[in-house]
Write a protein that binds this ligand. Structure first.
Ligand code: UD1
Ligand code: MG
Length: 491
């Protein structure tokens, strides 16, 4: 992973065992996505970027699902199961014991939550630096908030030293009035943490083992304890229900969009632009309103994307224009144009200066440099060479009801409008086709292909067969007369 530092902490323990009942979801809470990653993936990425020697995740609720999800993201994580003893203290304890199995942990141990997705690596780094420079045994990350609600409160003595963390449910009215809250993110000295946890009981309002008790226990044993307050409370905010999830999603998006703007990307409407944390955008790109950029999408300099486009895992070159397009797993090379109203399905590759135009759907379609599919076309399972043109309203008929077949079109080909390419079929270099051709046979290089179906003219047909209509009156005024030849009626 990126930005790994040399002197990371000895260990990070990410707590992810909670049930998350307020999400009312079959999906475990920490697996709910915001900004292109699940909440726990955000937490793991922030932890991994610290460069810790060891990284553990504590699981219990839906443990198989959560464990698999975590290992999919980062296979180096040690998964530790929490037992039936409830509480954050027990979660940390099993996490530490789990890591101790591969050699006793010493030095700094950081604890974070799997449902706090906006926490940044830099903040954790600040916490560790503050903790180690102060020679603290316990350092808690805190924030000041006006309505501290159910958060644990940070209790300080007359000298301002942190002496305890009190849960709201166990707090006195005076303590409840404290606005400095416990984020639940900590740095501990491993040995002090291990010792203190043996003294933590479940003797409290919730009958749980609280990690928060460690601070007071450590302090009473003569160790240094401290708090580091941060300004941006959203960094330590967790999502307990879908209302909070959406709020965090908005905050995360604001942060991502702002970072891109500061890097030289023009984002015309930050409120309607949604960008995953995994997207890369070069400077001098313009993103128009209503655009969602997702997954591993990358955009090269000079490109204009949007309005109203959703692009997932799309690799976009330089000076590309993409308007009102829905696309996934596609590549658009330098100088190409797409849309408005295009649908790029997986496997679409549009070459340099190529064009996928209006009401065009592509799938597994490789379109060469300078080639164009400008209007009203379905192009599935096709390879098109360079500088070729596909006429309007064409269909690459790739499916015979059982199997998919491939069509190949050469270089400098000029195909007519309303063609059907009944795959498998090959069109040679420089070939032409007439309008309305159904192509079932290969077309050699340089050939013209047409379906010969002579056009008939039946003079006077309208006056004879549609008497009394506006069309008949117009025809008569223009000099048309009913005829009495064999061609006179089409019946
Ligand atoms: C906890 C803190 C509180 C703090 C708040 C910040 C304690 C006792 N209280 O309260 O001071 O203000 O976080 O959000 O620590 N978890 C487990 N196993 C468990 C219980 C929880 O892994 O047995 C995990 C959860 O998945 C979650 C985190 O720990 O990621 C916090 O649990 P939660 O129940 O939300 O703690 P709070 O009661 O909110
Ligand atoms: Mg909570």
């Amino acid at each position: 992973m990126a930005n790994a530092v040399q002197n990371g902490p000895s260990a990070v323990i990410v707590l992810a065992a909670g049930a998350g009942t307020r999400m009312k979801s079959e999906t475990p809470k920490v697996m709910h996505p915001i900004g292109g990653r699940s909440m726990v993936e955000h937490a793991l990425a922030a932890a991994r970027d610290l460069g810790p020697q060891r990284l553990a995740a504590v699981v219990r609720h839906q443990r198989d699902k959560v464990a698999e999800h975590i290992l999919n993201f980062d296979s180096e994580v040690t998964i530790v199961d929490q037992d039936d003893i409830p509480g954050t203290g027990r979660a940390v304890e099993v996490g530490l014991l789990g890591l101790d199995e591969s050699g006793e942990v010493s030095g700094t141990v950081v604890v974070t939550y799997g449902d706090v997705p906006l926490l940044r690596t830099e903040t954790l780094r600040d916490l560790i630096a503050f903790h180690e420079e102060g020679h603290n045994a316990v350092t808690v990350l805190t924030a000041n908030i006006d309505q501290p609600g159910s958060y644990g409160r940070i209790v300080r003595d007359a000298a301002g030293e942190v002496t305890a963390i009190v849960e709201a449910k166990d707090a006195t009215p005076e303590q409840l009035a404290i606005t400095e809250i416990n984020s639940g993110i900590y740095a501990f000295d491993a040995a002090v943490l291990r010792d203190s946890l043996t003294q933590v009981t479940t003797d409290n309002a919730q009958g749980e083992k609280y990690i928060t008790d460690v601070l007071e226990i450590a302090r009473k044993a003569g160790h240094r304890t401290a708090a580091l307050a941060i300004d941006d409370r959203w960094e330590v905010e967790g999502a307990n229900d879908r209302v909070q999830l959406a709020q965090l999603g908005r905050k995360l998006n604001d942060r991502i969009v702002e970072a891109h703007m500061r890097n030289g990307v023009t984002i015309v409407d930050p409120q309607t632009t949604w960008i995953d944390s995994t997207v890369t955008i070069s400077n001098d790109v313009t993103v128009l309103p209503g655009t969602q950029l997702q997954g591993t999408t990358t955009i090269g300099t000079g490109s204009v994307v949007g309005p109203d486009s959703t692009l997932k895992n799309v690799e976009i070159g330089q000076n590309v224009t993409i308007a009102r397009t829905h696309g996934s797993d596609a590549q658009i090379k330098d100088g190409a144009t797409v849309g408005p109203f295009a649908y790029l399905r997986p496997g679409t590759v549009l070459g340099e200066s190529g064009k996928i135009g209006t009401f065009v759907e592509t799938k597994n379609a490789s379109i060469g440099k300078g080639s164009k599919i400008p209007h009203l076309t379905y192009a599935g399972d096709v390879t098109i060479g360079e500088n070729s043109n596909i006429g309007a309203a064409s269909v690459f008929v790739n499916y015979d009801g059982v199997n998919k077949h491939h069509t190949t079109v050469g270089n400098n080909v000029r195909m007519g409008s309303d063609n059907l390419y009944v795959a498998p079929v090959n069109i040679g270099d420089g070939a032409y086709s007439g309008a309305g051709t159904t192509i079932r046979k290969d077309v050699p290089a340089g050939a013209l292909t047409v379906n010969e179906a002579p056009q008939r003219i039946i003079d006077g047909w309208v006056i004879k067969n549609r008497p009394g209509t506006d069309a008949a009156a117009a025809a008569e005024a223009a000099g048309s007369k009913a005829q009495n030849s064999s061609e006179e009626s089409d019946k």
